[in-house]
Structure formats: C-alpha cells, structure tokens
Write a protein that binds this ligand. Structure first.
Ligand code: BDP
Length: 593
C-alpha cells in the first residue's frame, strides 16, 4: 500500500487533531443504539493520533476493555469534488476499527499496527462530512497478538464488563495511533509499485513493477530515477522492467543513500495524468552459515528491541520521540533495531531509511506461548488455530505491502517466542514462512525463539536463528557467574543444530534508574552493567553470532502485575529517554566494535 504523498497532482489533508470521544460502557451499546447515525452525544475531547489510555484521569478509561467511539468532521474542499478520487487512510487503529462516513459503513479493519484505506469518492459531499470510528481493543485467539476475553457480570460487577487476558509484556494501548488522512488521486492512478535491487559490479540493477487502476488502462508509464541532488540518472518505460543505474550509490548501514523512483502515468500535460514518487535504496542482502551480509560485507547487528511507548501518548505516533530515539541510537553506536513486537509507524521506517538504520521487521505474533514455562500446548484448535493462521498470513501480506520498498528492512520476523517445541507449531509456521517467502524473494526470514535449543522444532524454517536469553535474570536470578558459561554453551548449541548465523535478539535486566549497589544486586544500575558485560563476553567468543540486540531500548509500560513495578525497566534508557549507567558502557563497546 502506497504512502500518501503530495505533489502538483495529488493532495493530502490531515484529519489529526482533537476528536470527539465516547467510551461504550456496555457490551456493544454503541452498535445497538447506532451511535454512528447521529452526532455523538455526551462526548469528551481526545487527541488523534494518541492512545486514549493515559490522557485522562479516569482509571476506567485507562483500563477500558471493549469499544470506544471517535468522531470528527472531514471537510472536503469544493475543488476536490470533480474528476478525482478521494481516499481516506488510517495509519493504524488498535486493535479493530469500524469506520462510518455520514452514518454509512465505509471500512472495517482487524489488526492494530498496519494502515488501511477506503475510496470515498462517491460517499462524500463538499463541506463537512461526519466521520465516526468505533475502536475495540479486544483480543481473542483469532487475533495477533492473541488473547482471551469474556463479558463478566457478577455481584462485584453487576452491570457487567469485559475482562481480557494477555500473553504479552506490553500495555495494550488502544485508540487511533497513527495519522488519519484524506488524499486525492486522478481517476486513473498509480495504485502500487514494487522496486527490487541487485548490484552488478558498480551498477545498481533496479527491477520494478507498477500497478495502475481506474478509468483508463491505456495510458503510458514513464519512470525516471533521480539521485539525491535531484539529477536524473536513469529512466525506463512501461509498467514493468529493469533499469540500470551506472556507478550506483549504495544504501548501507549508517550510510543511507536514497534515490527517487519517479513515476508518471499518462501524458504529462493531460488531465488524467498521475504522478507518484517513491524513495528507494540500492542494496543487497545475503546470509551464509555464519554471517549476515549487506552489500556483500559482513554486517553485525548492534542495537535493541524497542517499543512504541511513551508517557501520556502511549503508542500514538510522536515524531519528536522518534527523532530523539534515532539520535540516541546514533549516540550509542547502534546500527539497527527490531520492531518488537509489531510493525512500527511508517514515519519511523522512513526515518530509518533516511538515517541508515537496519530493521528486523516483526509482525505482532507475540505471546503464542501463554508465558512459558509449564505452558500447555498452544497450537491447538482452541488456541492458535486455523483462524489465527489466516489472520497471521493477512498481517504478513499487509506488512509486506506496506514495507516492501524500504531499504532499511533487511529481514522479516514472523513471530516472537512461540511455544516452538510443539509438533503443530512446525506445521503452523511452515505455512507462515511459505506465505512471506511467496511474497518476498529478496529478504531473509526469521522468528525469535525462547525455548531450549533441544526443544525447538521450527528454526530450520528460518534463514537466521534469533534467540532471547535471560540467564541470571529469569533463570538463576542474580547469579552473574552463570551467564558466561551458559550463554556460550547455548549459542554453540544453536549454531551446531542449525548451521546458521545466530542473533541474540533479547537479553536484559530490569534496572531502576538511580538505584546503586556495590557489590551489584539485581535491579541496580551496576547489575545491568555487569549482566550485559558477561553476556557480551560470551557473544564475543562465538564467530557465528551476527548481532546483539539488548532488551530493551527504553523502559516501557506493561500490564500491571507483581513482577512489573510501573512497567518493564529493562531499558538502557528511561521511559523519558535519559541514559542509565549501562548506556555509557555499551556505547563504549559499540563505538569500538
Ligand atoms: C521476553 C519478551 C519481551 C519481554 C521480555 C521481558 O519477548 O516482550 O518484555 O521477555 O520479560 O520474553 O522483559
């Protein structure tokens, strides 16, 4: 799905701002009473984009499980009403959305982290149009992430309410999380483009395919490729083809270089001409038994698992926060991160393209383990089942459609910590991996594992082994001396079993910023430093390890529980993006490595 852009032909109008908002206190009162048919009554103010949970002082709204309603006016200029398409696009709504325009349903979307859009050309009038969005955060086994919920009515809750069980370690922030935009295209328009690159000698070979739609299918397609100075360096004709960029500038980690793929559909002066420009990079990826290679050179992942998470706005897009995070990553000497545990905003992916960060792009298939150890089987008809698989595949397709042209995306991650010892997990992930490989033949695929190496039953499906490890944290808590021998042996065992490069995608220790103890004890800043040092010593002793991603970049909010005091504190930075002691130690390591 193309990102909406503005140029001399296409226009974009943001609907972000303060919307009208109302919580549904019952099971589905809003649908029963058809709240979308008339202006919302009894509403309060709610910013978009943002999670609604931490905006107000209302505990019930913070912890709300079920539906909420948003409403705003979509104002259409008169000049838009003639000879063009009008599309509404949501960057993401978490987790489910039903969208109405002037009381009529125009879109439905399941899945909280990917965009969706609807052509509303025939449904709008000039001036104000009432836009209503019903949003639910309920998660069942047909969703990723999966969850379990029920409507409970008892003497404690005589009115009844939804109760939700989660199997993942981040707060289920909800709401309209990313920009809402209206945009226009001509009636004949560029609907999609796929750009793939290889390198031959010093040339970049660009294979492309453009999809068009709408009124006229007979129009010519012209392509020009511009360099960063705006100079035309190559061009092509037709919807599909190969273009050579002589002496191409490569896109590389920490050395981004973006060309513009400039498409004109139709004759330049004609009324129905469309114009779309896509930034792309020329780069290649390759995986050997021990190495991950970008542009033919060994690449070592230094970085983090992250979250989209901050005070007040929760998971709502915050460009200031994203740029701050990118600054901190650079300051640390980090070159990469994983979008744990769901696709991040398109704006973050664009930032990574521009700044040269390397991304492992993950779908929200997290928690398919009911929190190991002692988990019962998860890949069963009652839990992760055919419906989950269907949705998992849909999400992979949507993610691929959204992110396929980003040079920063170097690998797909199809899951985080599934109960991968089950026989049926293998059948399930065989299908999942088949899906992503059928869509993309240019990027390696991984899944992030947490079970013991002898028990893992699925990593043979992947190109790179990714593991999360918490020795001397969840296992042998506080016994720093166990880390080196256990980690080293574990890494060697994974490599011996699969003969693939291994990335440690998580290792970390909860650390209360400002808590100091000598000698170190758990939760102190000193413990986090020693813990990471010992892990790194083991990592450095294995030449097949292709990277280290510390868990986590910054402290983040989780559901409330006895193991989580105001969230997960494994950040190297606080939730406010200030460094703990470990940041300085790791910075030194990464700037030298
Ligand atoms: C891992 C999960 C991650 C958690 C982390 C932890 O992948 O989501 O936040 O553990 O416990 O199992 O801190």
């Amino acid at each position: 799905m193309l990102y909406p852009i503005e140029n001399e032909i296409r226009q974009v109008k943001s609907l972000d701002g303060i919307w009208r908002f109302k919580k549904d206190n019952q099971m589905e009162q809003g649908f029963e009473e058809k709240w979308y048919e008339k202006p919302l009554k009894g509403f309060s103010d709610m910013p978009v984009p943002a999670s609604y949970n931490d905006i107000t002082t209302d505990k019930e709204l913070r912890d709300h499980v079920g539906w909420v309603w948003y409403e705003t006016d979509a104002v259409i200029p008169r000049s838009w009403m003639k000879d063009q398409r009008i599309v509404i696009r949501f960057g993401s709504v978490t987790q489910h959305a039903v969208v109405y325009l002037n009381g009529e349903e125009i879109a439905r979307h399941k899945g909280g982290f990917l965009p969706f859009e609807a052509d509303i050309t025939d449904k709008v009038h000039e001036g104000k149009n009432r836009l209503t969005v019903a949003v639910s955060n309920l998660l069942d086994w047909s969703c990723i992430p999966s969850g379990e919920y029920k409507f409970v009515k008892n003497w404690l809750y005589p009115e009844g309410h939804w109760e939700q069980e989660y199997f993942f370690d981040f707060f289920n922030y909800s709401g309209i999380h990313r920009p809402v935009r209206l945009y226009t295209t001509p009636l004949s328009y560029v609907s999609d483009v796929t750009v793939k690159t290889t390198i031959e000698g010093t040339d970049g070979i660009v294979s492309y395919e453009i999809e068009t739609a709408g009124a006229s299918s007979e129009q010519p397609v012209h392509v020009v490729i511009r360099d960063e100075q705006g100079e035309v360096v190559a061009h092509g004709e037709g919807q599909k083809g190969k273009i050579i960029i002589n002496n191409a500038h490569l896109w590389g980690p920490g050395a981004a270089y973006l060309y513009q793929f400039d498409i004109t559909y139709g004759e330049n002066s004609a009324e129905n001409t469309d114009h779309y420009t896509l930034p792309f990079g020329v780069r290649t990826i390759e995986v050997t038994e021990k190495e991950f290679k970008i542009n033919g050179k060994r690449f070592y992942f230094k970085g983090f698992g992250k979250h989209e998470d901050s005070d007040i706005r929760g998971k709502g897009l915050d460009q200031a926060l994203n740029v701050r995070d990118a600054e901190l990553l650079k300051w640390m000497g980090a070159n990469s991160f994983r979008t744990s545990h769901y696709p991040y905003s398109e704006e973050m992916m664009q930032l990574a393209d521009r700044q040269g960060f390397v991304i492992i792009d993950e779908v929200p298939a997290v928690g398919m383990n009911l929190f190991i150890p002692n988990a019962p089987d998860v890949f069963t008809p009652e839990r992760v089942n055919e419906k989950t698989l269907e949705h998992h595949k849909t999400v992979l397709r949507e993610l691929y459609q959204r992110d396929k042209n980003h040079p920063c995306v170097v690998m797909w991650s199809v899951t985080n910590e599934p109960h991968s010892s089950e026989e049926s997990a293998r059948t399930y992930f065989t299908e999942v991996v088949k899906q992503i490989r059928s869509l993309d033949d240019t990027r390696p695929v991984t899944g992030v594992m947490c079970v013991d190496v002898q028990e893992d039953n699925i990593s043979q499906l992947f190109d790179v082994v990714c593991i999360n490890r918490y020795f001397a944290w969840y296992l042998h808590t506080g016994r720093i001396e166990t880390i080196y021998p256990m980690m080293k042996k574990d890494l060697e065992d994974w490599h011996a079993k699969y003969h693939k490069p291994v990335i440690v995608t998580e290792y970390g220790a909860d650390t209360i910023a400002g808590m100091h103890k000598l000698p170190e004890v758990i939760f102190s800043e000193e413990y986090q430093v020693s813990y990471l040092e010992e892990n790194n010593r083991a990592i450095d002793s294995c030449d097949f390890v292709a990277g280290e991603h510390i868990w986590a970049f910054a402290d983040f909010m989780t559901s409330f529980g006895l193991r989580r005091i105001d969230g997960n504190k494994k950040g190297i930075f606080t939730r406010q993006r200030q460094p703990k002691a470990a940041a300085f130690a790791i910075r030194k390591r990464w700037l030298e490595k």
